[in-house]
Design a protein around this ligand. Structure first.
Ligand code: ADP
Ligand code: MG
Length: 134
């Protein structure tokens, strides 16, 4: 598998969530992703970027366009150095929120992508990587 291109952008304020969506839409279009898959990915990015901003206290989104010779994919990592997620099992339960949200962001994002990886530790932050293949 090769990384065709990559980059990073900050997720600190509301406007960065909009920019993260725009970058994802642009890259997914360049990958030739179907509109239905692109829409799913952009929705997942909205949720994860907002979590990075609200709960993580801000962070970054890394993006990579991948090519594994049979298909092309877009991989996105949301990183923050916030409080981390104390109870991951609880956080990955539909409807559970610590902040008065709908509690569907993490579980929804997981369903909308092909690969979902979450690393977190209390006091050390959170890192979530999602991948969608064409
Ligand atoms: N980056 C993060 N850092 C710390 N906690 C997080 C982060 N992302 C999610 N969480 C925790 O997981 C919970 C569930 O997130 P989510 O499913 O997006 O629901 P909501 O945003 O509606 O609360 C949040 O309420 C929060 O407690
Ligand atoms: Mg959320």
């Amino acid at each position: 598998m090769i990384v065709r291109s990559s980059g990073t952008q900050p997720i600190a304020i509301e406007q960065d969530v909009v920019l993260a969506r725009q970058t994802t839409r642009k890259l997914a279009t360049e990958c030739g992703m179907r509109l239905i898959d692109l829409t799913k990915l952009v929705t997942a990015v909205s949720e994860l970027a907002r979590n990075t901003m609200v709960y993580g206290g801000g962070g970054d989104m890394d993006w990579q366009v991948l090519d594994d010779s049979t298909r092309v994919g877009l991989r996105l990592t949301f990183r923050d150095e916030g409080p981390g997620i104390a109870d991951l099992k609880l956080a990955m339960t539909d409807g559970w929120t610590s902040g008065g949200g709908l509690g569907l962001g993490l579980t929804g994002a997981k369903r909308l992508v092909d690969e979902f990886e979450l690393d977190t530790a209390p006091g050390e932050g959170t890192r979530i990587t999602i991948t969608r293949w064409t």
